[in-house]
Design a protein around this ligand. Structure first.
Ligand SMILES: [Zn+2]
Ligand SMILES: [Zn+2]
Length: 340
């Protein structure tokens, strides 16, 4: 079969590899769709830094159909439509036992398409416990919901204490994750949404999806938000930063209210100084990572209800490299989804 594989720093190519045989406890999927994520670019830039053994097949946002089951697998039949919960924790630490593989205490973040073969291939084998049924949801929708949907859903869940009616949530970055965050906030809260981005078309999308205000993320952005939320120590109840650069974190720091929440989701590598005086009293900063399997089932249910829709642009597997080039240039209209 063909697979789009990381073979070294800055090197990913389409290769012919053997079709995987499902091991004990595993299920082989015929891949229906696999999303291209910004974090894949970080892997491509420096797979060694992340400690991921190469080569491996990219793709950690996967949906498809059960093709074969390995020894000991029950509860799945050939043809079942499923999505893959991508994080593989140790399965035995207190976090994993509580269903929070995303904060496993024993193994660093890794999973399907993250050091082990992922979904940018015609087939992929994954442990059966990673699968979540998707019912009638289209695989092209289900795949991006497993990360581009799940990650903002989790960030919203852990800041939900502050997302009460009358609150303001600032969403920085209206890309693959941010455009889902706006929809999830609309579907699950009554918060007022203020979106920031550097691109006018992203601001138009944010307004279409339900942001009450959408501003350019420039030197005046914090002032515009302050005009809406009033002076410190008041401010925005929640700021979700899907960029994570030093300038966007500075905006987050300067508009969040006392007792508010800043969630840093984006991987741009910026720095937020944390000390008395740098943030309002009682403010909390979190580094949400992906989400739990239970949350994935909830996100898929939102997708199935039609209340959230991933904006996607589809590519053939042969065009995967081009999809990542477009992702790097920032000129995709929605999530790039590979259809093997
Ligand atoms: Zn991702
Ligand atoms: Zn664990």
């Amino acid at each position: 079969m063909r697979a789009f594989r990381v073979t070294g720093p800055h090197t990913a190519t389409l290769e012919d590899v053997p079709t995987p045989e499902p091991l004990a406890g595993e299920v082989r999927l015929r891949v229906g769709a696999a999303g291209a994520c910004h974090s894949d670019l970080h892997i491509l830039d420096d797979p060694n830094a992340l400690g991921m053994p190469m080569p491996f097949t990219l793709g950690h946002e996967i949906a498809g159909w059960v093709d074969a089951t390995g020894p000991g697998v029950t509860g799945f039949s050939v043809g079942d439509a499923v999505a893959v919960y991508g994080i593989i924790g140790c399965g035995t630490c207190a976090s994993c036992l509580a269903g929070r593989d995303n904060e496993c205490r024993r193994v660093p973040p890794s999973g399907v398409g993250l050091g082990r073969d992922g979904g940018m291939a015609e087939f992929v084998s994954v442990p059966a416990r990673q699968l979540v049924p998707i019912g009638s949801l289209d695989v092209t929708q289900a795949a991006p919901l497993t990360d581009a949907g799940l990650t903002p859903y989790h960030a919203i869940t852990i800041t939900s204490r502050n997302l009460v009616p009358g609150s303001t949530c600032v969403v920085i970055g209206v890309g693959g994750l941010g455009h889902m965050a706006i929809q999830i906030l609309r579907a699950t809260t009554a918060t007022r949404i203020v979106a920031l981005d550097t691109r006018h078309e992203a601001l138009a999308l944010a307004r279409d999806l339900g942001a009450e205000h959408a501003f350019l993320s420039d030197a005046d952005a914090a002032g515009r938000i302050r005009d809406l939320v009033g002076p410190a120590p008041g401010g925005a109840e929640v700021v979700l930063d899907f960029v994570g650069s030093t300038p966007t974190l500075e905006i987050a720091r300067s508009v969040v209210m006392a007792g508010g929440d800043v969630g840093i989701v984006g991987l741009a590598g910026g720095t937020l100084p944390v000390s008395f005086g740098m943030l309002p009293m009682e403010a909390r900063v979190s580094i949400p990572f992906w989400g739990t399997k239970a949350e994935l089932a909830e996100v898929l249910a939102l997708g199935q209800s039609g209340r959230i829709t991933a904006h996607v642009e589809t590519f053939r597997l042969a065009d995967a490299a081009g999809a990542y080039d477009r992702l790097r240039r920032g000129d995709l209209r929605g999530r790039a989804v590979i259809i093997p």
